[in-house]
Design a protein around this ligand. Structure first.
Ligand code: FES
Length: 482
């Protein structure tokens, strides 16, 4: 189903690339990150083009909850312990600067995008922990305080409140920002070698290349697949529910892990977060619906949708040089489900880096960072990938194609092979090779979205095997139906 953002803001179509092209900077991906990076570089005087495999904002940007905040859960104590006070402060200041930059751009360009200032709250059941988080965030220079007052449909001990944060309509903003940019849609980058990009439509030679395509698809160098996975989460838009002040999110381990914000008379209720590919039988939306009925019995569902995002080994996005051996490649990825703010951080950092300016917040986001404390996250990712490969090689399917319910899919033995099979409502079978084309992990059926999802790095395919999102770059191999 479409999000309320895509339903209410169509964006004009752009032509695909034709022939061979030369430019200073090529940005791959026309979501919020790619568009903001291109706009910042163009404003700084660079010649930029954007290459988009599908349509502008067709990935995660249209499915965000569109909060602009430096409060990304209760992270500041953890970041301080893991990375030290200086780096935690860099993270905090970069995100506050991103908020200020949104304000500047919207005011200077008179963009009508429902931008409104709101407080951000992270709630929890342990007041002591929340107080300590508020004190730590305030010491880093953030507008943080502890409050016992919570505006939630269930009890909580309190919340960390960040003042002067914001929310908006992401596509109304993106539509205005993308207007003066050169963007080629339906132009999928297939390979990148040094300064040359080969697409399905033509080639581009660029002095600098920015990967802003959600999950970088060049595996070597960079090794992003070894240090990032993806997590999905789900949203209901509710009519006739009480509207709340502020934007609300939960602390880790909370019994009621939900998020809330309002837009245009609707309450957006989010939750059901899980690692991509670890699916339960059609439970994510239903769980949210049960909660909506319990808390707001008079409400009606106006829309539902879901999104996913890259999660890094140390909870900080990778923004900067792609790899030491590729000094002219840049990356912005692993936004931890805070993609609106992180996209603007990426625009500011990469603009400065490409224009040869030193940004005081760059180090904490540098993709090549590793230390003894953060390496354990990388090892965990590698372990998960091994699990995905092992499952493909050794797991015996528990059901047969006959046992699949109409409208559902599963991993079964068919024609002597282990395959992914979707059974349509008329009983037709759509078998696909269950190996993920990225690095070969076994895909899992997602009953909520009727898609094939990869538990290793989060590639997704629709029920017929067509590519929805990478890092895989190709569709699934279709197997014979006979
Ligand atoms: Fe990497 Fe599937 S996304 S193996």
């Amino acid at each position: 189903m479409e999000s309320i953002w895509s339903k209410t803001c169509p964006i004009r179509e752009r032509p695909p690339l034709t022939g061979d092209f030369r430019t200073e900077v090529a940005v791959i991906g026309a979501g919020m990150a790619g568009v903001l990076i291109a706009a910042a570089l163009q404003e700084a005087g660079a010649r930029v083009i954007v290459l988009e495999a599908d349509r502008i904002a067709s990935g995660q940007t249209r499915n965000t909850t569109a909060k602009i905040t430096s409060q990304h859960g209760a992270i500041y104590r953890r970041l301080t312990q893991l990375l030290g006070k200086d780096r935690a402060r860099q993270y905090a200041m970069a995100n506050e600067a991103a908020l200020a930059e949104y304000r500047r751009i919207i005011a200077e360009n008179g963009i009508a995008c429902d931008f409104e200032e709101q407080c951000a709250y992270v709630y929890g059941s342990d007041a002591g922990t929340l107080r300590a988080e508020a004190e730590c965030a305030a010491a880093l220079g953030l507008p943080a305080s502890f409050t016992k007052q919570v505006d939630l449909p269930f009890p909580a001990a309190g919340a960390v409140r960040f003042a002067h944060q914001a929310q908006f309509h992401p596509l109304k903003f993106l539509k205005a920002i993308s207007e003066p940019l050169t963007i080629y849609e339906h132009t999928s980058v297939q390979t990148v070698k040094e300064h040359r990009l080969v697409t399905n439509r033509g080639t581009v030679t660029a002095e600098k290349i920015v990967f802003a395509c959600h999950y970088p698809f060049v595996n070597f160098p960079g090794l992003y697949f070894a240090r990032m996975h993806q997590e999905r989460s789900y949203v209901l838009a509710l009519e006739n529910a009480p509207l709340m002040d502020g934007m609300w999110i939960f602390t880790d381990g909370e019994r009621n892990p939900y998020s809330f914000r309002t837009w245009n008379g609707l309450l957006l209720l989010g939750g059901g977060g899980h690692r991509c590919g670890e699916n339960r039988a059609g439970e994510r939306y239903n769980e949210l619906r049960r909660r909506a009925k319990e808390w707001y019995p008079q409400s009606r569902e106006a829309a539902h949708w879901s999104a996913q995002d890259g999660m890094t080994a140390d909870s900080v996005p990778y923004i900067g040089q792609y790899a030491p051996s590729r000094p002219d490649w840049y990356v912005a990825t692993g936004f931890q489900k805070w993609g609106m703010t992180a996209s603007m951080v990426a625009a500011m950092l990469l603009r400065d880096s490409i224009c040869g300016r030193k940004n005081p917040c760059a180090d904490v986001f540098a993709p090549c960072r590793f230390n003894k404390k953060t390496i354990s996250g990388v090892l965990k990712e590698s372990g998960q990938a091994v699990k995905g490969l092992t499952r493909r090689l050794f797991q015996i399917p528990a059901e047969t194609a006959k046992q699949l319910s109409p409208g559902q899919g599963g991993v079964v033995f068919l024609h002597g092979k282990k395959l992914g099979v979707y059974k349509d409502t008329d009983g037709s079978l759509y078998p696909v090779d269950i190996r993920c084309p990225h690095l070969g992990c076994q895909l899992e059926w997602n009953p909520d979205e009727k898609s094939w999802d990869c538990p290793c790095h989060g590639s997704r395919f629709d029920r017929f095997g067509r590519l929805i999102s990478g890092p895989a770059q190709t569709a699934l191999h279709k197997e014979s139906q006979k």
